[in-house]
Design a protein around this ligand. Structure first.
Ligand code: K1U
Ligand code: ZN
Length: 172
């Protein structure tokens, strides 16, 4: 297992609509690396394009209680089959946009289908933080970031801040 570098916005790979996965078993090593990278960050989710792989795969674990058992999930080719009318607002962050947080409104519950690493069809209904996280990660697979829900001026300010951060990191 290895830690992968997380891309920082702006990066064209974070704006790309990713490709469906045809052979899930081939992505086992990547999934393990992504989970390790997510826990190390730390974060509650990570999508393949954030580590520069333009495939429809995401990992997540929204168990925040350190005393509880972890619940790592790997979702390949996920699709939202149903979204609730009821909405939920959560102050979201993104490992590709460090130290920026903003309230984002999304459906409170979603029904999602996906393929497991073993190639099995799966489905589940997510609510609470799990619902917010899976929608945030699925947006990544379509080249969408949570700042795309904000007003253009705010998004522009955040993008400039990230450009500055990337210049500083490159110099260090
Ligand atoms: O996709 C990502 O960049 C990961 C992101 C996922 C996410 C956070 C909040 C709402 C929706 C989706 C993160 O994990 S940011 C870090 C974070 O939220 C966190 C970090 C440590 C403990 C708990 C949460
Ligand atoms: Zn993100």
């Amino acid at each position: 297992m290895a830690l992968r570098d997380i891309l920082i916005h702006p990066d064209p790979r974070l704006k790309t609509v990713t490709e469906p996965v045809s052979d899930p078993a081939e992505l086992r090593a990547l999934a393990e690396d992504m989970l390790e990278t997510m826990y190390h960050a730390p974060g509650i989710g990570l999508a393949a394009p954030q580590v520069g792989v333009l495939k429809r795969m995401l990992v997540m674990d929204c168990i925040k209680d350190e005393d509880a058992d972890p619940k790592p999930m790997v979702l390949i080719n996920p699709e939202i089959k149903w979204s609730s009318e009821e909405k939920n607002v959560y102050e979201e962050g993104c490992l590709s946009i460090p130290e920026i947080y903003n309230d984002i409104e999304r459906p409170a519950e979603v029904e999602v289908t996906w393929t497991s690493l073993d190639g099995q069809d799966q489905s589940a209904r997510f609510d609470g933080l799990w619902a917010t996280c899976v929608q945030h990660e699925m947006d990544h697979l379509d080249g969408k970031l949570f700042i795309d829900y904000l007003k253009p001026l705010k998004r522009q300010m955040i993008t400039r801040k990230m450009q500055k951060l990337k210049r500083e990191k490159a110099r260090a």
